[in-house]
Design a protein around this ligand. Structure first.
Ligand code: F6P
Length: 319
């Protein structure tokens, strides 16, 4: 293993830069030539690749986004795209790859490994929707962003005596809604994994109002559906003015918190070591605070289990 390529792909996540820095520095520490591939798999197909040195990753551990930039590549997912990528990898004499991203990125890592390119994946996505790992890089920073937003929205909701429906990201996964809803003291959390009863939510809001509560925060995961419809039904049934805030891309940016930086540092270094140990088709994860690696195909075949106990805790505490 003389040359390692690294790319970031899919939605960016806070902590990606910390992981990238760790990959590049661990590679250079081991006298490996490190090459940065710009704009994810898209950049790989275009040969948008350059050498990276210690300075390329200086001053980035605390920055959100990804300095390598990112993209979602439809072409790479095709057979022709994969063959193009293999040609480029050959032209640049890349012996192994480390890819940073979510589900789609890891599928790409598997395709490259299957085609004979040693590839390691690092889970970076705010969604925390990968079943094999407790947490993904970027998740906790996004949750903190949402919790901060909930506090701000609660101030204005209280002042006006309004209800607020706050839509958060997560694709089909309710983890951002669950963690931020619990930490933010939301009255109700609506996630795709659990059926909800709008009458129960309205009843809770009315019970709160009757004991003098002036704010009602309902967190809705984006996978549930249109938050404006939920707000309309709530307003009609309770008579309480209900506003909607879609937090959107705000959740993807910002300086990564300590947890996401540390996971990035640990996983980035370990990814390089795995390639040097001759491993391929492995993905990194964290379980009970320990970094581990496992087979990508196995990891991707696992079904994410929603934390119903935490959801129940949130319900009990928001009576
Ligand atoms: O996967 C991260 C994520 O931010 C999801 O929560 C969201 O559904 C999606 O990406 C948005 O994707 P895009 O950046 O392509 O609009």
């Amino acid at each position: 293993m003389k040359t390692i390529g690294v790319l970031t792909s899919g939605g960016d996540a806070p902590g990606m830069n910390a992981a990238l820095r760790a990959v590049v520095r661990a590679g250079l520490y081991n006298d490996i030539r490190m090459m940065g591939i710009m704009q994810g798999y898209d950049g790989l197909l275009k040969g948008n690749i350059d050498d990276m040195n210690l300075s390329s990753v200086a001053d980035i551990i605390h920055r959100g986004g990804t300095v390598l930039k990112t993209a979602r590549s439809e072409e790479f997912a095709t057979e022709a795209g994969l063959n193009k990528a293999l040609n480029v990898i050959d032209i640049f004499n890349i012996d192994g790859l480390i890819v940073l991203g979510g589900d789609g990125t890891l599928k790409g890592a598997k395709a490259l490994s299957d085609a004979g390119i040693p590839t390691i994946g690092i889970p970076c996505t705010i969604d925390n929707d990968l079943a094999y790992t407790d947490y993904t890089i970027g998740f906790f920073t996004a949750v903190e962003t949402v919790v901060e937003a909930i506090s701000k929205i609660r101030d204005t909701s209280t002042s006006h005596g309004r209800a607020s429906v706050i839509e958060v990201m997560g694709r089909n996964c309710g983890d951002i809604a669950l963690y931020a809803g619990l930490a933010g003291g939301a009255e109700s959390i609506i996630v795709p994994e659990i059926d909800y009863d709008i009458d129960e939510i309205c009843e809770k809001v009315l019970r709160g109002r009757n004991r003098g509560k002036l704010h009602h925060i309902i967190i809705v995961a984006e996978g549930v559906g249109n938050p404006y419809n939920i707000a309309k039904v709530m307003e009609d049934k309770t008579g309480i003015e209900t506003k909607v805030t879609v937090l959107g891309y705000l959740q993807r940016g910002g300086t990564p918190n300590t947890v996401d930086r540390i996971m990035g540092c640990e996983m980035g270094k370990r990814a390089v070591e795995l390639l040097l140990e001759g491993k391929s088709n492995r993905v990194l994860g964290i379980k009970c605070n320990n970094i581990f690696d496992m087979d990508i195909s196995e990891a991707l075949s696992m079904k994410k289990i929603f934390d119903v106990e935490m959801y129940n805790t949130a319900n009990v505490l928001s009576l």
